[in-house]
Design a protein around this ligand. Structure first.
Ligand code: PLP
Length: 368
C-alpha cells in the first residue's frame, strides 16, 4: 500500500510553470517586486475582494511584520490552539501574549471569554481562523471598537473563503495568509497581508524591503521579506486551479463524512452556513468514553498502515518548552482538551476516495 501523508502539495503541470517563468530568463529579474510579484499581488487583491494586499516570503513574516508595522506595546490577546507562528510573532515583537480559550465547536477564540482578559495594557487581538472556520467576527469587532484595540486575523487557514459573501480578508485591521506548500493555495513558500489603511501598507512595504525608497534613500529600519518571482509565478499558476482544488477537497470531505458522521464519540468539524469553505483540513475530535478509544490510538493504528495523520494543534503553543512554563494551559481548558483529542486526517485534492474509505475503516476499527 502507498504511503499517505496528511497533505500533499498542489503543483501545476510542469509545462504551465515553465511557461510562467520563461520571461524571467529574458529579463533576469528574479526578485525585488518584479512583474510576477506585481501581477500576483493584483490577482489576489481582486480574487480576495480586498482593498490592499502586500506579498511576503511566508505567512509568519506577514504576521510578525504586521504587528511591527502597527507599532504596538503591551499585551495581545490570542489563542494557544494554533501553529507556533502566531504566538512567536507576538513574542518576537516584544509583546506579551494573553491566551483566551477557544470555542469547543469552531475551535476559534471564545469571544464570551475575551472581554474579561482585557486590561489597560491590551493593545490588540490576534484571533485565528482555525481549520478554515471563521472566528466570531461581529463579536470581536464590537469588543475591539469598544476598547479601541487593533484586530489582526491569523487567516492562514482560510485562503479563498468568504464570510456572508465578503472576502474573509476584509475583516479587522489586517488579515494574514500563508501560501506555504502545505496550504490550500501555495506559492512554494509565501504569505500575504490584506488590509484597509494605506499607511499600514507603506509601513509593511518598508518592513519587507529594508525601508529602501530609492537608490540613496533609506527612510525606515526594515527587514527583508519580499516574495521572489519564482514563488509569485507558482502562485499565478496555482491560482488558476484553485476552484478545482477546492471542489476536489470538498469531495474528499464529503466522503469522510459519509463514513464518520453520526459515529458516537467522534466530533467532526462544524459546517458554518455563512462561510464558503476551502476544506483546508479534516479534524476529528475523539471522545474516548463514547468512542471506546482515543486519538493516540487512532493515530498509531493509521501509522501502522503507513498513513500519517497529524495531531494538529498539539501541544498548545502556551505549553512549548520555549516558554519555560510561563503560561498556564489550565486557564484555557477547552483548548487543552481539544488539543489532546484532535486528529487531522489526510486531506488534499488528489487523495483518492478509496483511500478515504480505507482511512475511515482503520479509524473505526481502532476501537478496542
Ligand atoms: C501555516 C501557518 C502559519 C505560518 O505560515 P508560514 O507560511 O508557514 O510561515 C501561521 N499560522 C497558521 C495558523 C498557519 O497554519
Amino acid at each position: 500500500m502507498n504511503k499517505i501523508l496528511v497533505t500533499r502539495s498542489s503543483m501545476p503541470e510542469l509545462d504551465e510553470y515553465i511557461n510562467e517563468i520563461k520571461e524571467i530568463w529574458d529579463t533576469h529579474w528574479m526578485t525585488n517586486m518584479g512583474p510576477k510579484h506585481m501581477q500576483l499581488q493584483e490577482a489576489l487583491r481582486s480574487f480576495m475582494g480586498v482593498e490592499n494586499v502586500e506579498l511576503f516570503t511566508n505567512g509568519h513574516m506577514a504576521i510578525e511584520l504586521t504587528l511591527q508595522a502597527m507599532n504596538l506595546r503591551g499585551e495581545v490577546i490570542t489563542t494557544p490552539f494554533t501553529f507556533a507562528s502566531t504566538t512567536h510573532a507576538i513574542v518576537r515583537n516584544g509583546l506579551e501574549p494573553v491566551f483566551c480559550d477557544i470555542d469547543p465547536v469552531t475551535f476559534t477564540m471564545d469571544t464570551g471569554k475575551l472581554e474579561g482578559l482585557i486590561t489597560e495594557r491590551t493593545c490588540a487581538i490576534l484571533p485565528v481562523h482555525v481549520y478554515g472556520n471563521v472566528c466570531n467576527i461581529e463579536e470581536i469587532d464590537g469588543i475591539a471598537r469598544k476598547y479601541g484595540l487593533r484586530v489582526i486575523y491569523d487567516a492562514c487557514h482560510t485562503f479563498g473563503e468568504t464570510y456572508k459573501g465578503t472576502g474573509v480578508g476584509c475583516f479587522g485591521d489586517a488579515s494574514c495568509f500563508s501560501f506555504h506548500a502545505t496550504k490550500v493555495f501555495n506559492t512554494i513558500e509565501g504569505g500575504a497581508v490584506s488590509f484597509h489603511d494605506k499607511r499600514l501598507g507603506d509601513a509593511l512595504y518598508d518592513l519587507k524591503n529594508f525601508g529602501i525608497h530609492g537608490p540613496e534613500e533609506v527612510s525606515a529600519v526594515g527587514a527583508n521579506a519580499k516574495m521572489n518571482e519564482f514563488c509569485a509565478a507558482m502562485g499565478l499558476c496555482n491560482l488558476r486551479h484553485l476552484q478545482d482544488e477546492i471542489s476536489k477537497r470538498k469531495a474528499v470531505a464529503e466522503r469522510y463524512r459519509s463514513h464518520l458522521a453520526g459515529v458516537e464519540g467522534l466530533q467532526l468539524n462544524v459546517v458554518q452556513p455563512e462561510v464558503t469553505s476551502n476544506y483546508a483540513y479534516f479534524p476529528v475530535v475523539f471522545n474516548e468514553q463514547l468512542f471506546g478509544s482515543d486519538r493516540d490510538h487512532a493515530y498509531d493504528a493509521l501509522a501502522e498502515h503507513d498513513i500519517h495523520a497529524r495531531k494538529y494543534f498539539y501541544p498548545l503553543t502556551s505549553t512549548y518548552s520555549a516558554f519555560h512554563g510561563k503560561y498556564n494551559a489550565l486557564e484555557t481548558p477547552v483548548a487543552l482538551q481539544v488539543s489532546k483529542r484532535v486528529l487531522t486526517l489526510p486531506m488534499y485534492a488528489d487523495l483518492a476516495l478509496e483511500d478515504v474509505d480505507r482511512i475511515c475503516e482503520i479509524v473505526l476499527s481502532s476501537r478496542k
